[in-house]
Design a protein around this ligand. Sequence first.
Ligand code: 18C
Length: 258
Amino acid sequence: RERLKTGQIPVTPPPTSPAVLHRLWAEIDKTVKQQVTMARMGIGECGTGWQLFAEDGEMKMYRREEEIDGMVVDPLKAVHVVKGITGHEVCHYFFSPKYRYDWETTLEHMTVLETISDDTLLFLQTHKRIWPASQREAVFWSHMRKLPNDQDRDGPDMWTVVNNSTEDESHPANSGKCVRIYLTVCLLCQTRVHPPKDGTPITRDNVSCKITYCSVVNPGGWAPASVLRAVYKREYPKFLKRFTTYVTNQTKNKPIMF
Ligand code: 18C
């Protein structure tokens, strides 16, 4: 078992996960640990300059204006609380390619390039073109992981999905009509259970999910800053509302998956 220093978060997957044998494993494991640590920090704890740019009920979205070589790479951090769903369910629908076309409105085409293991996939995605910029594509690994609940040992586990750009020899960047974008995304979910006082069984009325979504997307090539900022201000809130409503609808008549 992992040896932990005080305050350190245990994020080691089961040693049986076959992904540990893969060439990308060291990078995946390191990135997941870093992303989860960052995602768990409150907005006041992870640096200055965060501005609230969208709010709707429990959903709050913050961004920090950043540019690299004149390209907008604003980090985004969103928090949301949704009743009636669990962190495991949210991560399941976000990770699985089976459902992606149902909720991902910016998507044009998705291919699974490699199934590394049940919890680790390599994706190629092309996204819808925004005039006047070129169409964008991304190659990224996606890893889903259960994290022990270090705040309440008897409470439900936490779940995360981390997506991170990588290279793929058979799909070199910028060799076709699309510009390659580079993304790092972390979805972190914590289930809260509010047991009924009369001791009756737990239903969906007794659970809620705290969702943290962090994202940095480098557009990879020229894109007008004003258009790009207008696009993400519109698209990120649309994504988080649409996706969480989708999970609510998909799960409402199913047994709760903790
Ligand atoms: O995390 C999300 N989805 C995951 C599964 O798909 C995965 C993918 C992330 C891709 C994000 C980047 C997509 C950019 C696509 C271009 C925009 C198309 C808009 C079409 C409008 C009709 O992690 C959820 C992702 C939610 C995406 C919100 C949009 C973010 C926009 C960021 C700008 C990127 C640069 C675009 C360059 C063109 C600008 C003029």
